[in-house]
Design a binder for this molecule. Structure first.
Ligand SMILES: [Cu+2]
Length: 383
């Protein structure tokens, strides 16, 4: 039914437009919606509160519990459509536990795309925040919020990280590429590998240590990373008319649907689809522009620099409604740098994680074609 027709019939039977638009939602709207912030935008008092909450959660065994759950269900929650709903519910469960320590807790995210050129030098990985690479034979992390911790699952070991490429991982995925994936994905079957095998995989692999194991929730980066992945799913849902899109095979091979249960959690996927409803009483940022992968000025730049054919191939939505450009600043048009090729997942890691190698290679080839297309169009990224 077209929206206008829906509104007419809604008026006829006395429902509000909001109820009609949310006809698929069986959950009540939240009366209070809290905000998940980007980590680096936390105030210093929020960050000291969060550090004490995380320390208490470690003391009480919550890191081990979430690492155990993720390890146990690993095969059913990756490489298939359960990927997004499971991890949304999983991060929410973690956040709910954190709120039991202090209701002001909200799981932050890491906008990893902004750090894609030299991820190892991200402020997020500095000693003030999450700490950096591990040291010595066991790659024990000595600084940051988890510095010096002993993790207890699957057995006692020092909290560890082992950055790829001798401590200097190759670049990750640009904000432009992730935006392009979001704009080009017509269904979950396209979006899921486009995000899971690109940004999702490379961050797990390149941080290494605990993050590259099936028990990766031992590293709190897991939660920041998956909050970001969740934010990207939400951008696709809310901005691209995919609020209720769920397709592809379920874990048993049958078609997944909104009524399928989330792996481990005894509730239907439908319950977690719409942020701001049911238990999903959070949002990402408060400014609608900032909810998108690209800033307004970057979108403007793409609209003006890319030839129409390139724009419609890689940014079909932007091509349909390019940002009106009165006069783009010529300095901005020239500024920035070419986008580098992103790093790739190793064969060893792909097989350890039991991923579909051909599907991973397709995504990586797509990302390289994107970089070539931007280079040929002389597009310089402001990021
Ligand atoms: Cu996972």
């Amino acid at each position: 039914m077209k929206l206008s027709a829906a509104l007419l019939s809604a008026t006829a039977i006395g429902l509000s437009a909001v109820q009609v638009i949310n006809a698929q939602q069986n959950q009540p709207a939240c009366s209070n919606v809290y905000t998940r912030k980007e980590l680096l935008s936390l105030t210093s008092s929020e960050w000291s509160l969060y550090k004490s909450i995380l320390t208490a959660m470690q003391r009480d065994g919550w890191f081990a519990w979430f690492a155990y759950l993720h390890n146990t269900w690993f095969g059913s929650i990756h490489g298939q459509s359960q990927f997004f709903p499971f991890h949304r519910r999983f991060v929410y469960e973690w956040e709910k536990v954190g709120k039991q320590y202090n209701s002001a807790f909200a799981q932050p995210y890491w906008d990893e795309m902004r750090d894609y050129r030299t991820p190892a030098s991200s402020q997020v990985l500095s000693s003030n925040w999450l700490g950096g690479n591990g040291q010595g034979n066991n790659r024990c992390v000595q600084n940051g919020v988890q510095g010096g911790w002993t993790m207890t699952y699957p057995n006692n070991h020092c909290f560890s990280r082992s950055f790829s490429n001798n401590g200097n991982p190759n670049s990750w995925y640009s904000p432009e590429y992730i935006e392009s994936v979001i704009q080009r994905s017509a269904d979950m079957t396209a979006l899921r590998p486009g995000i899971e095998y690109s940004l999702h995989g490379i961050v797990h692999l390149d941080i290494g240590g605990d993050m590259s194991q099936r028990s990766s929730p031992n590293d709190w980066i897991f939660m920041l990373h998956h909050a970001n992945i969740d934010r990207l799913w939400w951008q696709w849902q809310a901005n691209r008319n995919h609020m209720w899109t769920m397709d592809g095979p379920n874990t048993d091979g049958s078609a997944i649907s909104l009524n399928s249960n989330i792996v481990y959690f005894d509730e239907p996927i439908r319950n977690v689809m719409q942020l701001g409803y049911g238990q999903m009483c959070y949002q990402y940022g408060s400014n609608p522009i900032r909810r998108r992968s690209l800033s307004a000025s970057a979108t403007q730049k793409i609209s003006s620099v890319l030839p129409q054919g390139v724009l419609s191939e890689w940014f079909p939505d932007t091509a349909k409604s390019p940002m009106a450009i009165a006069a783009i600043d010529p300095a901005m048009e020239k500024s920035g740098r070419p986008i580098p090729y992103p790093g790739t997942l190793t064969d060893d890691w792909i097989s350890k994680q039991n991923l579909d190698r051909a599907a991973v290679k397709r995504v990586e080839a797509d990302a390289r074609s994107f970089v070539d297309a931007m280079k040929n169009a002389k597009y310089n990224s402001p990021y």
